[in-house]
Design a binder for this molecule. Structure first.
Ligand code: RTP
Ligand code: MG
Length: 143
């Protein structure tokens, strides 16, 4: 098992509904450690750059509008197979398809407002972590 890091975002809908603590509790219970975190109001340019891979998709404008509709909590999570472990805890993109007990099943209202983001590969995680954090903002957990 490889120790990985992944980027997590508690999206504006979940921040607005005061679900930060519930969501972080699930990460910690799932064995993921929070090694960096910050609240941030994304600008339009921040959100467009972050989701650049989707810029040709029909939902891109709505996605950028949603991601800038209020503050987000961006964090770096670390643990064994963290990328997949985190996405398993989040559940499917569409909450209607998300397994019971996952974050999106319990806190998301639609595919557009789906509570949280997780990197989809180690390569994406490396890019996304560097997008939001400098190297010295990511801590090393010693205990
Ligand atoms: P995320 O990047 O936010 O963690 O979500 P994901 O990997 O599960 O899904 P992705 O394909 O990367 O899509 C990014 C976000 O775009 C919205 N989306 N809408 N209407 C649609 O068909 C559609 N498909 C994707 C979702 O809000 C998704 O989280
Ligand atoms: Mg994605």
């Amino acid at each position: 098992m490889a120790i990985e890091r992944t980027l997590s975002i508690v999206k504006p809908d979940a921040v607005g509904k005061n679900h930060i603590g519930d969501i972080y509790a699930r990460f910690e219970k799932g064995g993921l450690k929070i090694v960096a975190a910050k609240m941030k109001q994304l600008s339009k340019a921040d959100a467009e750059g972050f989701y650049a891979e989707h810029k040709e998709r029909g939902f891109f404008g709505d996605l950028v509008a949603f991601m800038t509709s209020g503050p987000v909590l961006v964090s770096v999570l670390e643990g064994e197979n963290a990328v997949l472990a985190h996405r398993d805890i989040l559940g499917a993109t569409n909450p209607k398809e998300a397994a019971p007990g996952t974050i999106r099943a319990d806190f998301a209202t639609s595919i557009d407002e789906n509570a949280a983001h997780g990197s989809d590969s180690v390569e994406s995680a490396n890019r996304e972590i560097a997008y939001f954090f400098t190297a010295d903002e990511v801590t090393t957990r010693t205990r």
